[in-house]
Ligand binder design. Sequence first.
Ligand SMILES: C[S@@+](CC[C@H](N)C(=O)[O-])C[C@H]1O[C@@H](n2cnc3c(N)ncnc32)[C@H](O)[C@@H]1O
Length: 347
Amino acid sequence: MQAPSLLQAQSYSAWGRVLEMVIADCWPASWCIIRGISLPMSIRCHLLNLSIVTALPLALIAWHFPYATDDPVRREDAIREFYELSYSGSSPTVVKDTELNRERETVRERLDIRGRVARFVELYGLQGASVLDVGSGRGQLQDVVADYTGLDIAAEVAKHYHKRFVAGTATAMPFADDTFDAAWSIWVLEHIPNPEAALSEIRRVVKPGGLLYLLPAWDVPPWAAQGYEARPYRDLSVVGKLVKATIPLRKSEAYWIATAVPNRLLRSLAGSPTQLHYRRLEPNYSEYWQADSDAVNDLDEMEVAMWFESRGDTCLNCLPGWWRYLQRDMPLVIRLKKGPGRDVSPS
Ligand SMILES: C[S@@+](CC[C@H](N)C(=O)[O-])C[C@H]1O[C@@H](n2cnc3c(N)ncnc32)[C@H](O)[C@@H]1O
């Protein structure tokens, strides 16, 4: 006969009993068997173990699900003001002297954005095409093609252009349907509170058969706004320290696969045309700790590719078959196939 354990001999509150069951009786299941507990208890232990083992990943997947969709109201005043002030040099935003911010300065050169866009132009023979640059900033790409139009929400940047520049928002563009042969947009969609409206507008103003090159910052992490990655532990509250401690795990490839891939599978079950789903982020307009502290969205590239494909367009650089579920950190090259019944809004 088995002697009652010391724990069992004591009296417990309900929570104490549950805790004991989880820690002592049921984790791991073998512990129950060693203790010679009867079969029904052992089954109960297995079930409990199973539920703990499955509940955690399911909770993580649910936490990472892109629940947000466009808001019927366009809220762009804050982002417009933020960029107008940044470009005028009178921004109250404090850009922190962090290593991640210092690295940011060289990222553009390292990624060779101009070279990449130039190769896109060359590959698809767009040298003579009329091209729209959505969220064109200071117009770094205005000489990549001859027939260039820059569009940016911040009118302040107009002084940097020797090519055509139009001040306006990507979500309600001041251009007629089918105006351009191609469009590109670099590091912009993650700053637009209603990104689906911007995609619809890009589709509207580019001709059928036209090409898009979209490179937002995909997968902006939720800790960017408060700079948890950039700041030292000593600067952070207890909660901040805990968040920071989780970042290496949350940045790992395994974590991304465990959370993004199941959500991509779930989203690929959505009807056609799909509604764009993303995760909304709280931007930090007062302190800039690291790249994308000011981002308002966390966008997934397969979600964006599916958005176009569900309207009949083609992703020219998406990986084939199941491999696309693993594709990340790449620009999307889309060929539009607009036509009757194609350019529809999601129901
Ligand atoms: C991170 S900057 C990138 C600028 C430029 N594409 C580049 O690569 O240098 C983001 C740009 O998007 C612009 N922007 C933000 N929201 C916008 C909107 N709704 N419509 C048009 N431009 C927008 C900002 O003014 C800013 O110039």
